[in-house]
Ligand binder design. Sequence first.
Ligand code: AHG
Ligand code: MN
Ligand code: MN
Length: 345
Amino acid sequence: MSQYTSFYKFISEEQRERPFSGGKLTGLLLEVISACKKIAFLTGQGQLAGQAVGAAETENVQGEQQKKLDILSNELFIESTQWCGYLAGMASEEMDNSLSVPDIYPRGKYLITFDPLDGSSNIDINVSVGTIFSILELPQGVDKPTDKDFLQQGIKQVCAGYCLYGTSTMLVLTTGNGVNGFTLDPGTGDFFLTMPDIKLPKETNEYSINQSYSRHWEPPVQRYVDECLAGVEGPLEKNYNMRWVASMVADVHRLLCRGGIFMYPMDARLAAKGDAGKLRLLYEANPMSFIVEQAGGVASTGRERIMEIRPNALHQRVPVIMGSQVEVDRVVSYHDGTTPIAVAG
Ligand code: AHG
Ligand code: MN
Ligand code: MN
């Protein structure tokens, strides 16, 4: 592994250029990574994890069936990070409300939001899953954060990342200075820089969407996908390829590797339930948007830049259209002058 830079060396050198942060972000990231390694081990055990695999008897606050691994990953993430002294609080897909770091531990200046296990419907079938996280600063004058302190625009993120538990385990991270990818060496337990300065190609011929919902989409998204399906004979004059893993982490990772457009758009089925999308702003859409933008891509709801949305709830859902600039700009332009579907309730 000596030809690769270790994560610790990489992040320490990056922090040296930002002495004002005093190594606190490095300290926090090392604990986040230790949580991810434990989750990687757990998911990697597959069926051997016995009771850990399968459905729990519970639903999360969003009415979704939880898997035991969702809950275990959430607990692992909390246990691995809450004591470190750099965090003031955390919010997760699997917790109704945010959690302030308990008084027995020192509270630091960062907040973290996370999706402990993304794509958990793929666990039973041994397909890639991941963890997504977003780091924010604790607002001035706050000691014990509550839900409202997490309702910050994505442009305020200090750091965002994901860990992909795929054929290899990969960490992809931005602190606002480009995007870098690291591969876990299972032998030493260290991550090594294998994808430095990731850049998304501006053009692509690959799209990613759950096409089974096409009848529910808004006309701009229907138009774009119809044009992709029309191939070289259609107005876009090229053949497209379609991929959908159904784990956002894996689908966005593919974008970063070879370009593409990923969409979980607004649709009439979700709007009728009172949701503006499926993916959650604070721990799915915002961190992935930060990464995609830092890699030279674009991330939009179709009508606004995701990272400029002012959040109004911890588990708020938003439409997501992200990826290579030319394709995302095209879909966004198709939304111009159209009226959004009214969200119930
Ligand atoms: P989670 O497992 O954290 O709830 O997220 C699942 C998300 C996302 O990863 C994926 O892109 C999408 O749900 C898949 O949804 P469909 O099953 O509707 O395609
Ligand atoms: Mn998710
Ligand atoms: Mn999840």
